[in-house]
Design a protein around this ligand. Structure first.
Ligand SMILES: Cc1cc2nc3c(=O)[nH]c(=O)nc-3n(C[C@H](O)[C@H](O)[C@H](O)COP(=O)(O)OP(=O)(O)OC[C@H]3O[C@@H](n4cnc5c(N)ncnc54)[C@H](O)[C@@H]3O)c2cc1C
Length: 245
């Protein structure tokens, strides 16, 4: 069956008639990633999203897959390496969605860390984050800097560090991940809201879902239910429920 709005009715029927190993609530990047990972591990997965996929913060980010340069200042080398390695994996897997974007870090007289330390810091950043080839940092002279960025106020400029961050289309990336999960067997449906939990001997065993298109209320059974969004208000279920992550 194609993953298309034409088959939505069948997908909804599947949600209510079959039992899943895992039900993921929330079709943002977190829910999408969990669904894909679990599906590739052989679990039978359902993913529901109350609006359109990536409707939440996953379509409202700064669109940067940053490598955590600011953590370098805090000496968080392990974190920079982890964030950078994840970014490098994404860049390899989806080069059309994780695109290098050059950043200019101007060096000003009497400001910042100075050219030697900035040069070393950016080099270390590239090394930790696994930045390769053309994307690696370059140190620019004053003239090169002003040529690169003509609208920069030239007063006190000594040079700059030119380094790569990576840009993405966050909503598209989320959707691509969901599509891949679906390709491997996940059942993902949008405009379906989790409303209430059903319990079996004190354990969460199902979720009452609201199909926001047809206004139908149904139950979805799953062994494990993962909350793929952060409940800022009142949580729907106490944290002590063991099969609710
Ligand atoms: C201004 C801004 C800039 C950012 N910049 C960056 C950046 O540069 N780089 C970066 O990596 N990160 C950035 N972030 C952070 C990043 O966007 C978030 O960490 C990420 O989008 C969180 O994804 P999520 O899937 O956890 O949440 P969301 O994308 O919010 O997904 C949660 C989903 O759950 C759905 N949902 C909620 N309740 C229910 C329910 N009852 N039933 C069904 N579905 C439900 C929501 O509709 C939503 O779609 C930024 C965030 C903001 C706000």
């Amino acid at each position: 069956m194609d993953w298309s709005a034409f088959h939505r009715e069948q997908l909804i029927r599947k949600l209510s008639s079959e039992s899943f190993d895992l039900l993921v609530i929330g079709g943002g990047i977190t829910g999408a990633g969990i669904a894909l990972d679990a599906t590739l591990r052989g679990l039978k997965v359902a993913l529901i999203e109350k609006d359109d996929f990536a409707y939440g913060t996953s379509s409202r980010s700064t669109k940067l897959i940053h490598g955590g340069l600011r953590y370098l200042k805090q000496m968080e080398f392990g974190l920079v390496k982890e964030v950078g390695s994840e970014r490098a994996i994404l860049h390899t897997l989806a080069p059309h969605l994780v695109i290098p974007e050059k950043m200019l870090l101007p060096l000003k007289e009497g400001r910042g860390f100075g050219s030697l330390l900035t040069s070393f810091g950016l080099k270390l950043y590239d090394w930790l984050a696994g930045v390769q080839g053309e994307d690696q940092r370059k140190m620019l002279t004053r003239n090169q800097t002003l040529k690169q960025e003509p609208i920069l106020n030239p007063e006190g400029i000594k040079g700059a560090g030119l380094y790569a961050e990576y840009r993405t289309d966050d909503a598209r990336l989320t959707l691509e991940i969901i599509k891949t999960a679906v390709k491997h067997g996940a059942c993902a449906v949008s405009y379906v809201q989790a409303e209430k939990f059903g319990y079996d001997q004190g354990k969460v065993s199902s979720v009452i879902i609201n199909d926001r298109i047809t206004k139908q209320k149904l139950a979805t059974q799953a062994q494990i239910i993962v909350n793929g969004w952060i409940p800022f208000a009142k949580p729907m279920v106490p944290a002590r429920e063991r099969n609710f992550i």
